[in-house]
Design a binder for this molecule. Structure first.
Ligand SMILES: N=CN[C@@H](CCC(=O)O)C(=O)O
Ligand SMILES: [Zn+2]
Length: 418
């Protein structure tokens, strides 16, 4: 008799998500579906998976009846700007009048407006706010999340953001993976000397590494922000210091950020809304994961959606993410992004599930611990109010989670109102 703490029974469809590396190209369109399954959890880990026909051999302290619903790994969110002060609802009117995103930034708004609010916010306020957003992500089925700094643009405030993320990781059940995005915009005081600004940000690498405040270094490679050459120099320095690197690349103008991500062996290239044909080809022949953020195209009212369909057809590994941030994509709901991935990126349900589990985990260096339900791994599991895995992208804009389990503990359960 095997003893478990929790036995999840009557699983209609179980998506374990195989996980022996990022899933590329055609393989993204092949999810394994187990029917009539059960999962045993002990000490926060999955210890048994099998058919309902074999549960007689399991003795459980607690049983959760999935009632024939869909069960998947907890979602992995590989790109967020979790820690920030204030909000930017007043910019919505500017956007409606047709003022472009980069023009708002040029006028000192956009990212720079959030920088001011983040500088003025206390550590405690930023922490409370981050915990609130994490709760919302958890409710929506996310169990691991990446979080970037980048709303400080000075040593003190960047460190404050990174320390808030570290504290949030300790306080909140979700796992947080940190990225240093000091090179997110050029602060007004450095307008004439962006090189000096990048040098100052690079001077923080040692301190960040020693205090384990971030695993990745990221940069916004964009018109009016940092050039490809500046990004290359900055990220090469980061690599020398032992960081894996990421890029906000080819979001608005096709500068060649995707090609740079491949050249540098970046763990991911993110956005890629206007990547060139050559960029797609190079991506497909690389180990760099394309983290596509279609919520920004939607939210900024753009016609350019990343050519994720072509990227997968060419053989690339693709992930999708909310890009949760106060300016270009204000949502914690990765399920909504799964619908946009279906409708606008033309991805299949199988591809979308790979994108928000296995490939997302690999895009933040957690391929060996998250994004998959396997014996020996942490029990990060979602029971969905859905009969099958195709249903989630199909029924859009609402939260489908029934029960969210993080390391064996129930952290969210839908309440009935009636
Ligand atoms: N594009 C750069 N950075 C963020 C947006 C940040 C903001 O507008 O506050 C992004 O990923 O879209
Ligand atoms: Zn971003």
């Amino acid at each position: 008799m095997m003893q478990v703490d929790t036995l999840i029974i009557n699983i209609g469809q179980l998506l374990p998500m195989d996980n022996d590396g990022p899933v590329k190209g055609k393989r993204m369109n092949e999810v394994t579906v187990l029917e009539n399954a059960a999962i045993g959890v002990r000490d926060g880990k999955v210890v048994w998976m099998g058919s309902m026909d074999d549960i007689q051999s399991i003795e459980a302290t607690q049983t959760i009846n999935a009632n024939r619903k869909l069960v998947t790994p907890g979602l992995v969110e590989p790109h967020t700007h979790l820690v920030f002060g204030g909000s930017r609802e007043k910019e919505m009117a500017l956007k409606q009048q047709g003022v472009p995103y980069l023009e708002i930034l040029k006028r000192g708004g956009g990212i720079l407006s959030t920088v001011r609010a983040t500088k003025n916010a206390s550590f405690e306020d930023l922490l409370d706010k981050a915990l609130f957003h994490l709760d919302r992500m958890a409710m929506h089925g996310i169990t691991t999340v990446e979080a970037k700094s980048g709303y400080g643009l000075d040593r003190e405030t960047e460190l404050k953001q990174l320390k808030v993320a570290k504290e949030a990781n300790e306080k909140h059940p979700l796992d947080i993976v940190s990225t240093f995005l000091g090179a997110h915009a050029i602060p007004p005081e450095y307008k004439e000397d962006p090189e000096k600004f990048l040098n100052d940000m690079a001077d923080m690498f040692d301190e960040i590494k020693e205090n384990q405040l971030a695993e990745f270094v990221d940069i916004f490679t964009e018109t009016g922000v940092f050039t490809v050459e500046q990004s290359r120099r900055f990220l090469l320095k980061a690599k020398e210091k032992g960081f894996d690197v990421k890029l906000h690349a080819d979001e608005i103008d096709p500068l060649g950020g995707t090609e740079l991500a491949v050249e540098l062996g970046a763990i991911s290239g993110d956005h890629l809304a206007v990547t060139s044909d050559e960029g797609i080809k190079q991506l497909a022949n690389s180990n760099t994961i394309a983290v596509i953020l279609p919520g920004t195209s939607f939210y900024l009212g753009k016609d350019d959606y990343a050519r994720a369909r072509e990227m997968i057809d060419a053989g690339a590994a693709v992930s999708v993410s909310t890009d949760f941030n106060p300016g270009s994509s204000v949502t914690e709901n990765l399920q909504l992004i799964m619908s946009i991935a279906a409708l606008k990126l033309k991805l299949t349900p199988d591809e979308i599930w790979h994108a928000v589990t296995v490939n997302a985990a690999h895009a933040i260096g957690r391929g060996d611990v998250a994004g998959s339900i396997q014996v020996g791994r942490a029990a990060d599991i979602v029971i969905w109010d859905a009969p099958n895995y195709m249903y989630i992208p199909y029924h859009y804009g609402v939260n489908h989670t029934n029960t969210v389990i993080k390391s064996g503990e129930i952290i969210y359960q839908r309440q009935e109102i009636r």
